[in-house]
Design a protein around this ligand. Structure first.
Ligand SMILES: [Fe+2]
Ligand SMILES: [Fe+2]
Length: 263
């Protein structure tokens, strides 16, 4: 079996709060008796894509005590492709999609860039689909996980559904026709959500920073984001039968916050 931890929407914003939350999660993963084989971070790594925010993210995600666990990242709508590349990947600045593929044992992890520079909604461009088809053609017979920031399906969130993935049917055609694909992992919704997409599990990882409720819960524009809950992550088990099982886990902050709650 392969154990893949997923963090999402860390929203590094130079505050101590969001950093402490990620440090708590990374510490939790590093202290597990059976450490994850890989850590996936599915976008909105930073809050506004500045080099300083990426430096903070790099230290917390790539420079901590669990740094011997590989950490793979993809951008979300709050990220900046060029600064993402220079600040997190150590690559030259470029604004082309940040797509990547990794082998984790028998598992192939495909990380897709669904961001549109300057836009909150998502799209997988022509170049990304070309890359995806070529990557799947070389992926071998083992299980494949696909990760992207924007959910390709309505999740009944009045905030997220209007900035979801545009034209998801193109991705659905690829996913439905490939028996190796065990599931789709997303972020963006700041909530733990399980559904299906193109006949496969679609799992949306909660945010470490905040929680967005569904349409039954929010009162726009003032009651939107809940900052009180502890940071939460997903833990995915991929078994030898191409099965995907997901646990969601909160990591207690123990009441120690960087700022006192408002009076
Ligand atoms: Fe986010
Ligand atoms: Fe997002």
């Amino acid at each position: 079996m392969i154990l893949a931890a997923q963090l999402s929407d860390t929203h590094f914003d130079l505050s101590a709060r969001n950093t402490e939350r990620v440090e708590a999660v990374m510490g939790y993963l590093a202290d597990l008796p059976h450490r994850p084989d890989v850590i996936l971070v599915t976008g909105d790594i930073t809050d506004s894509g500045t080099p300083e925010q990426y430096a903070q993210a790099r230290q917390a995600l790539l420079g901590g005590g669990s740094s011997d666990i590989p950490v793979y990242l993809l951008p979300g709508n709050h990220d900046d492709r060029a600064n993402f590349r220079t600040g997190l990947l150590g690559e030259p600045a470029a604004t082309t999609p940040v797509n990547s593929v990794y082998r984790v044992g028998a598992l192939t992890v495909i990380m897709l860039d669904s961001s549109i520079p300057g836009e909150p909604a998502g799209l997988l461009g022509e170049d990304t689909f070309d890359w995806l088809r070529a990557t799947l053609a070389e992926a071998g017979d083992g299980p494949v996980l696909i990760a992207l920031h924007h959910p390709p399906k309505r999740v009944h969130s009045p905030v997220v559904d209007v900035i979801a993935l545009t034209d998801p049917s193109r991705l659905a055609a690829v996913v439905a026709g490939d028996p190796r694909i065990v599931g789709i992992l997303t972020g963006h919704a700041h909530a733990a959500i399980a559904t299906t997409f193109a006949g496969k599990p679609m799992i949306t990882c909660p945010s470490t920073a905040s929680v967005l409720g569904g349409e039954w819960e929010l009162t726009l524009p003032h009651r939107v984001m809940d900052y009180a809950p502890d940071p939460a992550i997903a833990l995915h088990i991929i078994d030898e039968n191409f099965g995907l099982t997901t646990y969601f886990r909160t990591v207690a902050m123990g009441g120690w916050l960087s700022e006192p709650p408002p009076a």
